[in-house]
Structure formats: structure tokens, C-alpha cells
Design a protein around this ligand. Structure first.
Ligand code: ADP
Ligand code: ADP
Length: 226
């Protein structure tokens, strides 16, 4: 059970009100996108869900449990951030295995087996001993995704994971991400400023502006009310 629920989250940085009463419910297994212009509060929302940031008021619940009650290492959350780079001095296998530092691999397999499973999932079989700087941007982001998924998280948080990639690569990675997400059924909160991307990838999306949620619906609902 991994429904995500945000209730009336507020957060200010000095005089800047980054989040001004954000409430959201992401259903179990859903691919949900936050879309809106730069500075509207998307990253702050994600960082609050991840527990990297504490809100001034409001509550985040994952699977019915308040995140405030769960220490960071016990949270079943995988994150891929735009700038969440791989460790350059570690091999691909070591980077993916880093995702398992707080827990054993699910399904009773060994760490090595889990790393291979994940590399296969992101279509990078046999990349174990490669170094991050030998890889393309798209390959690196797939390794970052493998690392985030390694422990079998209930919730996946993705912040502009494709923004550094060119349009063609974005499209193929988007398709791959959709397939992986729906195969695993992992509840996913995705952040982008790109409306077309949001419409193409989401089960449902929320349009954010000025620290508030303006609209929530399926791509079709939102597209009809531009
Ligand atoms: P988005 O991800 O939609 O671009 P952010 O959540 O990063 O928006 O930022 C929302 C607002 O909060 C912006 O005005 C931004 O400048 C401000 N902000 C975000 N993080 C910080 C911070 N650490 N210190 C000060 N202001 C911040
Ligand atoms: P995004 O690409 O989502 O808009 P940014 O690149 O704006 O994110 O922000 C990257 C990091 O800098 C985040 O951790 C955010 O909290 C922080 N940040 C954003 N705006 C400010 C700000 N005005 N002052 C200080 N830190 C900020």
C-alpha cells in the first residue's frame, strides 16, 4: 500500500512562500506528474516528500503513515534528481549497489544478482564494470533510475530526470520509464516544467503555479481546460 497524500503543505524560505497550501493525493501505483513553470514549487514539494526538507505546516503520508515518524533510512523512497549525479569514482555496479546501502535486496537474491536484474531492467545488461564517465547522459540517467529502484521502493520521485537530454533521447527514455513504471506498479511522482512531457507520460497530473495546485486531472481533462 503506497498511496501518497499531502495535506495543506506550506513552506517559506525567508520571505519567499515556496509552497502555499499544497494538497494532493497520488493513488497506489499511479504515475502522477507535477507540472508548472520554474520557481512554482515543484522541487520543494518533492524534497518535502523525500524528507530532505521539512515543511512549516501540513503533513505528508505514505501508505497512510506520516513521514515525520519514519527516519530517512527507513523510508521506502527512490529518488532521481536532475543533478543527482552518479559517483564518478565508482563503477556502474557499485553505483547501483549504493541503492541497497540501507536494506537487503528484495526477493532473497544476492546484491550482485539484484544489480544485474536492475541493469537488465534499464536495458544496460553487462554494464557492471563500466565507469560513469564512459556513459552517455541517457545511460547515466538509466543507471540513476536503477539505483533508485534497487531496494524495491514503494514510491519513486523523479525531478526533471530528462531535462539535460536532447529531444530524441528524451522520447526514448520517456517510453522506457513508462514501461518500467507500469511493469513494477511503483507509485511515481514526476516533476517537469514541460507540459507536453507531462501530458505524454502521466496517468494524472497537477498543474502548479505560485506554490499552489491549480488543476488536477487526467491528461485529457487538463488538456481540455488549458
Ligand atoms: P521549481 O522546482 O518549480 O522550479 P522550487 O521548488 O525550486 O521551484 O522553488 C520554489 C520557490 O522557492 C522559488 O521562488 C525558489 O527560488 C525558492 N527556493 C527554493 N529553494 C530555496 C532555498 N533553498 N532557499 C531559498 N529559496 C528557495
Ligand atoms: P529546479 O531545477 O527544480 O528549478 P533549482 O535548480 O532551481 O531546481 O534548485 C536547485 C537547488 O537549489 C534546490 O535544492 C533548491 O532548493 C535550491 N534553490 C532553489 N532556489 C534557491 C534560492 N533562491 N536560494 C537558494 N537555494 C535555492
Amino acid at each position: 500500500m503506497s498511496e501518497l497524500e499531502l495535506t495543506d503543505i506550506t513552506k517559506s524560505y525567508g520571505k519567499t512562500r515556496a509552497l502555499d497550501g499544497v494538497s494532493l493525493r497520488v493513488r497506489d501505483g499511479e504515475f502522477f506528474t507535477l507540472v508548472g513553470p520554474s520557481g512554482c514549487g515543484k522541487t520543494t514539494t518533492l524534497r518535502t516528500v523525500a524528507g530532505f526538507e521539512s515543511s512549516d505546516a501540513g503533513e505528508v503520508r505514505i501508505g497512510g503513515q506520516s513521514v515525520a515518524d519514519v527516519p530517512p533510512e527507513d523510508r521506502d523512497i527512490g529518488v532521481v534528481f536532475q543533478n543527482y549525479a552518479l559517483f564518478p569514482h565508482m563503477t556502474v555496479a557499485e553505483n547501483v549497489a549504493y541503492g541497497l546501502r540501507f536494506r537487503d535486496p528484495p526477493g532473497g537474491v544476492s546484491r550482485d544478482e539484484r544489480v544485474s536484474e536492475l541493469l537488465s531492467l534499464v536495458d544496460l545488461d553487462g554494464f557492471e564494470e563500466r565507469e560513469p564517465d564512459e556513459l552517455s547522459g541517457g545511460q547515466r540517467q538509466r543507471i540513476a533510475l536503477a539505483r533508485a529502484l534497487a531496494p524495491g521502493p514503494d514510491l519513486l520521485l523523479l525531478d526533471e530526470p530528462m531535462s539535460a537530454l536532447d529531444a530524441r533521447l528524451r522520447k526514448s527514455l520517456r517510453r522506457q520509464l513508462q514501461t518500467i513504471q507500469s511493469d513494477l506498479g511503483v507509485t511515481t511522482l514526476y516533476v517537469t516544467h514541460d507540459q507536453n512531457e507531462a501530458l505524454a507520460i502521466s496517468d494524472r497530473l497537477a498543474v502548479m503555479n505560485g506554490g499552489r495546485i491549480e488543476q488536477v486531472g487526467s491528461p485529457r481533462d487538463v488538456y481540455r481546460r488549458p
